[in-house]
Design a protein around this ligand. Sequence first.
Ligand code: SAH
Length: 250
Amino acid sequence: MTIEPPPWRATVLTLFPEMFPGPLGISLAGKALASGLWALEARDIRASATDKHRSVDDTPAGGGPGMVLRADVLAAAIDAADVQDRPRLVMSPRGRPLTQARVAELAAGPGPLIVCGRFEGIDQRVIDARGLEEVSIGDYVLSGGEIAAMTLIDACVRLLPGVMGKLASGTDESFSDGLLEYPQYTRPQVFEDRQIPDVLISGDHARVAKWRLAEAEALTAARRPDLWAAHPKAPESGRKRKPPKITTGE
Ligand code: SAH
């Protein structure tokens, strides 16, 4: 008898568990969920409320608009979940922006616990006391962490073993090599007088690979100077400033 390791698992703490699996129950992620390649647990933060009104939020200390999620309720919700050594994340516009590299790390682990904020956010003390890592999905503000959590989970799930048909599709795409992906085409061969580039129907795999790399590099340089500056082929990257010399004062 072989004992299967437990599948990758996302545990989401939310005031709206009914939002899950939502889009994660469809297509690639949904099929993988149904076949047990990963597991999803949406836990209701409100179940950890203790007062008779089951309140989860209160007005901000120091004044200001909106409500803040209470530290005691959220801490109880985290402690009631099976956290163990799993990454503990909280979705937050103040967090470190999510990258494909971080997604790949999270996909390689046991799967995270993810806290979804609502209202004006959550009491800082629970972030500190439970060592939550703040993760942002971009420089804009959503009304809650659920869609951000779904974004993160979706990005992880497609990298899990067995989820994508061809392994290559995970390694060849945008960001995996620090480049945006080359343009894609499929039949029909002519669409509104626009042809598929000749090289792609040449059958010459080496030429195709060369063309794709050149397109990816040109696209990255034009659209994402930030990514391109870090690429070994970028003109500047060879002439990076040397670290300052340490002078001993002698
Ligand atoms: N007042 C807060 C925003 C609260 S938005 C601020 O200015 O920073 C309510 C919740 O939505 C947040 O607690 C967070 O969980 C989620 N959220 C909003 N924008 C997000 C983003 N860009 N990335 C990740 N989570 C986000």
